[in-house]
Design a protein around this ligand. Structure first.
Ligand code: FAD
Ligand code: NAP
Length: 582
């Protein structure tokens, strides 16, 4: 990737500097980390591989990219002024607007001056004796820091399957997660899209409007619910802004960290007619909240069959060609893979110039100069879009040589799957914090809330260490093992663990199959983090401290002390580990 900012080409290399903390990444996580570190009096430098802040929304500029958590909730909650002044234009904000928001935050809180853009961190090495991290970059920087905050993103390492013959292809090949900044004009071109996940489902209807022909290569069909996106209703905006803190608190008490009407009743208790009405009503609302129609849809296969049947009937009612409709109908658990949200996706396959090619049994054979070959048939193409997703959760960690105590590398430690305590830290890697790391709710919650809760917790922990004079903090192996076991146990209860999704690393060959995010529910997780902190960082060990595991002063984390919504997460659900996370 070439340097995208001329200014960053000429910046001096840093070799002598030392900071309290290095932040890797300047997306919503890195930006908020910088803000909190500064607020608590820590010096910090951030390195960002991209040319600006934002960063999911800096890279993913494909046509149709937008959030699928309501804009009013997909935003920071730490500043009431920010909440009040920012105006979203649509229910689900488009990528340029989210990027503009990130830029606004960076400007408003003067965060850019601490960020080095177009700079990839290549190594982070812990020195046992000095208790410091040395961070190296691809620009030759070599800086020291007491703490290292990994804000590298859960969906930031593009998965580019190495299809045979790609280099021979005469046309352009794009990845949705590394989209050209000046846009792509597909007018008059024969375009191929590989993949049918969220990125493909958002972009296909728009690419189809431009392209001469569109060929979609589908390995696994996906369920998708209409977004029913619309301009943001000013009355709704006013009502939220009248008491934004209460709105945020209500969201935090919910399993996903964002609010929507949720029915905790079991699906099979209702009659088929009642269920049909309920599904129609939730379908009409659209989006991810569709999964909130009943409380047991992700735990009980028979209940799940009812919503899967409903969704397949919708596909059959939209797609006119029966063979194409059948090909588009998933046969796996509804919501097992990340649910997609679309605008006109299935209807696109009614257009005469759009074709669906099944590559489930006969995979893509190769690229040639002129297109893609499947089962011996050449599909002639001028351009190809790889909507093939990401090496999720751990992909960006894998690209950094991270060496902890006694030469142990994170890659070695995580060979059979990531091991963390609360998704915040990993034993053997002192003072290295992970923002939305594996083992935390991360991608199963509204990400910006997950990010803020993590950063508040870790910066409070750093301030506590300063208070008590601790040099290092890291999890105890026993507590980490118990947490990993708990993460796995909770995952096994959910139907989500049953299919080959990126949640389990199954989308990229060779990765260990482990359910990576914590599926026990956002407020349940937050309560656990609060308890750990209140008990003097139970499960963590401090080195060099005076009375370190004493109850700490709670500063930033205070706002996360919110009760669990017992209407949606009942004590019985908690006991059975069946907290419904959509
Ligand atoms: P990122 O925004 O991914 O930023 C991390 C950045 O770290 C990377 O982009 C990279 O440039 C940088 N980095 C990584 N490694 C290095 C390195 N070695 N050196 C230097 N820099 C490095 N979440 C939701 O909650 N709701 C949504 O609607 C939603 N929609 C999404 C749509 C798309 C297309 C995608 C891809 C993700 C979406 N997500 C959504 C998840 C989204 O990633 C998060 O919401 C959020 O933006 C993550 O912020 P982050 O700062 O943790 O990570
Ligand atoms: P994804 O969900 O992993 O989808 C990738 C697609 O590529 C899948 O259909 C996959 O098929 C296919 N694929 C991968 N390798 C292939 C190969 N070798 N041959 C053929 N097909 C192949 O990735 P994504 O669509 O980029 O989405 C990732 C996540 O980002 C989402 O789940 C979501 O969390 C977030 N996102 C959100 C939005 C939003 O609406 N806000 C939009 C985009 C992304 P298989 O299923 O068979 O593996």
């Amino acid at each position: 990737m070439t340097r995208s900012s001329p200014a960053s080409d000429t910046r001096p290399v840093e070799t002598q500097t030392s900071y309290d903390a290095i932040v890797v990444g300047a997306g919503f996580a890195g930006l908020y980390a910088l803000y909190c570190l500064r607020r608590m009096g820590f010096s910090a430098r951030a390195f960002e591989a991209g040319g600006d802040v934002g960063v999911t929304w800096y890279w993913n500029r494909y046509p149709g990219a937008r959030c699928d958590v309501e804009s009013l909730q997909y935003s920071y909650s730490f500043s009431e002024e920010l909440d009040q002044e920012w105006r979203w234009t649509e229910k689900y904000a488009p990528q340029p607007e989210i990027l503009a928001y990130a830029n606004h935050v960076a400007e408003r809180f003067d965060l850019r001056r601490d960020i080095r853009f177009d700079t990839r961190v290549t190594a982070a090495t812990f020195d046992d004796k000095e208790a410091t991290w040395t961070i190296e970059t691809d620009r030759g920087d070599r800086v020291a820091a007491r703490f290292c905050l990994m804000a590298v993103g859960c969906l930031s390492a593009a998965n580019r399957p190495p299809f045979d013959g790609m280099a021979d292809f005469k046309g352009a090949i794009y990845h949705t997660g590394e989209w050209p900044h000046d846009g792509v004009d597909f007018t008059g071109l024969r375009v191929g899209v590989i993949g049918t996940g969220s990125s493909a489902i958002q972009s296909i209807p728009i690419i189809a409007e431009q392209a001469k022909t569109l060929t979609v290569f589908q390995r696994t069909p996906n369920y998708s619910v209409p977004a029913h996106n619309a301009p943001l209703d000013p009355a709704y905006e006013r009502s939220v802004k009248a008491d934004y803190p209460a709105f945020r608190a209500r969201a935090r008490s919910r399993p996903t960290g964002f609010y929507f009407p949720f029915n905790a009743e079991p699906a099979l208790k209702a009659t088929p007619q009642e269920r049909q009405r309920q599904y129609e009503q939730f379908w009409a609302r659209g989006g991810l909240p569709f999964l909130g129609a009943y409380g047991d849809l992700l735990f009980d296969k028979k209940a799940n069959d009812t919503i899967a049947d409903f969704a397949r009937a919708k596909i059959r009612s939209i797609v006119k060609d029966p063979a194409t409709a059948e090909l588009l109908c998933p046969d796996n658990v509804f919501g097992c893979k990340r649910l997609c949200v679309d605008t006109g996706y299935f209807d696109t396959f009614n257009k005469p110039h759009v074709k669906l090619v099944d590559v489930s049994k006969t995979p893509i054979e190769r690229f040639t100069a002129d297109g893609i070959v499947v089962a011996g048939t050449l599909h002639p193409l001028d351009a190809v879009v790889c909507a093939t997703g990401f090496a999720a959760m751990t992909g960006s960690f894998d690209k950094i040589r991270i060496t902890g105590r006694a030469g142990l590398t994170l890659a070695e430690k995580w060979r059979a799957g990531p091991r963390t305590y609360l998704g915040l830290a990993s034993a053997g890697f002192p003072n290295l914090f992970m923002i939305t790391g594996p083992g935390s709710p991360s991608v199963l919650a509204s990400m910006i809330q997950s990010i803020e809760q993590h950063v508040d917790w870790m910066v409070d922990c750093m301030a506590h260490m300063r208070d008590v004079g601790a040099r290092t903090v890291e999890p105890l192996v026993d507590d980490e093992d118990k947490w990993v076991e708990h993460v796995n146990e909770v995952a096994q209860v959910s139907l989500r663990s049953t299919c080959s999704s990126w949640y389990v690393g199954a989308n990229v060959p060779g990765r260990p199959r482990v359910f990576m995010p914590y599926i026990g529910g956002f407020p349940v997780y937050v309560t656990k983090c609060n308890e750990v902190m209140d008990a003097g960082y139970q499960g963590f060990v401090f080195d060099g401290a005076r009375a370190s595991n004493t109850p700490p002063q709670i500063r930033l984390t205070q706002r996360w002390h919110v009760p669990i919504d017992s209407d949606v997460i009942s004590p019985a659900m908690l006991a059975a580990r069946r907290v419904p996370v959509v």
